[in-house]
Design a protein around this ligand. Structure first.
Ligand SMILES: Nc1ncnc2c1ncn2[C@@H]1O[C@H](COP(=O)(O)OP(=O)(O)OP(=O)(O)O)[C@@H](O)[C@H]1O
Length: 302
């Protein structure tokens, strides 16, 4: 076991080789100004990993560094054991990494279908096959595929952006705040959609401001602070950790109880979903919001 897979840094991570491994990254935008000051993260096959932390902690910067959009000054990044540090984004897509930015994530003048076509511009022959898989994952898009993306709501655009990123059949999907700017019900849908993608076999890293909701769906999460790892662990453990609650989830004493209740509600929903294998087992949002079909469609892999 290497130092970077040490339990304290990656608490709760499964054994074995990570799929994606960021080791002690130092990165930034302006010369001489580092935003990431030694950040590490592992993503194992099939995991859904969250990145949370206060505003300006460097969460989005870390995601962009993983996707070759911010220069990594020190440290290493590997994908399935291969060095990919500072590899260009288009090369990373080719290697199976997808990225969904927080904003400007669709081509507004193109139709939904044309947006999805852009997702496989490197491998156009795959379009029909992948379109079928992706529309199976997002059946909401089937009837609307000829509509212009610019006419869609924020939540619908987010769905198209995720669908487009899935078109090249990534093994890793990086999501930058998929719930940003959405109403509570639409936020729930974005989180459940994220889990649906993960259940379909895609390993996911999600950056979120809505920390409590993210922790509910994540296998594990990293708390960043000032560009460094502050805490890590299984999502539901972090939700009930008084230090994490005090520093990042809210300072009210009652939040401990609220977080516990949220964690228990999430665990109960998971247990119910596992017990019920019928094709439409709904999962309730934590605040009693609209149930959304969270059942995993057939795996997107061959
Ligand atoms: N393009 C950029 N050029 C220069 N500085 C930037 C740029 N983007 C972000 N920063 C700076 O990097 C720091 C970290 O920003 P980042 O967006 O990664 O934080 P974050 O944790 O995702 O925050 P939030 O939760 O508010 O989105 C901030 O101080 C921000 O001003």
């Amino acid at each position: 076991m290497t130092e970077t897979t040490a339990p304290a840094l990656h608490r709760g991570a499964p054994a074995g080789e990570p799929l994606l491994h960021a080791d002690d990254l130092v990165a930034g935008y302006l010369p001489g100004v580092n935003i990431l000051n030694g950040c590490s993260l592992v993503l194992h096959p099939g995991e859904l990993v969250g990145i949370i932390g206060p505003n300006g902690a460097g969460k989005s910067t870390l995601l962009k560094a993983l996707f070759g959009l911010v220069n990594i000054r020190e440290g290493h990044l590997t994908l399935a054991g291969q060095e990919i540090t500072n590899m260009r984004a288009d090369a990373l897509v080719h290697k199976g990494v997808g990225f969904v930015p927080q904003t400007n994530n669709v081509f507004p003048s193109l139709t939904i279908e044309e947006n999805l076509q852009m997702g496989v511009y490197q491998t156009p022959a795959k379009f029909s096959e992948r379109l079928e898989v992706v529309l199976h994952l997002f059946p909401e898009l089937v009837k609307r595929r000829k509509q212009r993306a610019g006419a869609l709501s924020g939540g619908e655009r987010q769905m198209v952006a995720m669908a487009r990123a899935l078109m090249p059949e990534p093994s890793v999907l990086l999501l930058d705040e998929p719930s940003a700017g959405l109403s509570p019900v639409r936020q729930d849908e974005a989180f459940l959609r994220t889990r649906r993608i993960n259940k379909a076999g895609v390993s996911v890293i999600i950056v979120e401001q809505n920390a409590r909701r993210a922790l509910q769906i994540c296998d594990r999460a990293y708390v960043l602070d000032q560009g460094r790892n502050a805490y890590s662990g299984p999502g539901r453990e972090l939700m009930t950790d008084p230090k994490v609650i005090e520093l990042y989830l809210g300072t009210l004493a009652t939040d401990v109880d609220a977080a516990r209740a949220d964690a228990e509600a999430g665990a109960a929903a998971d247990a119910a979903a596992q017990a019920d294998t019928s094709p439409a087992a709904p999962v309730d949002g934590p605040e009693g919001t609209t149930p959304v079909d969270d059942e995993a469609p057939p795996a997107s892999k061959d």
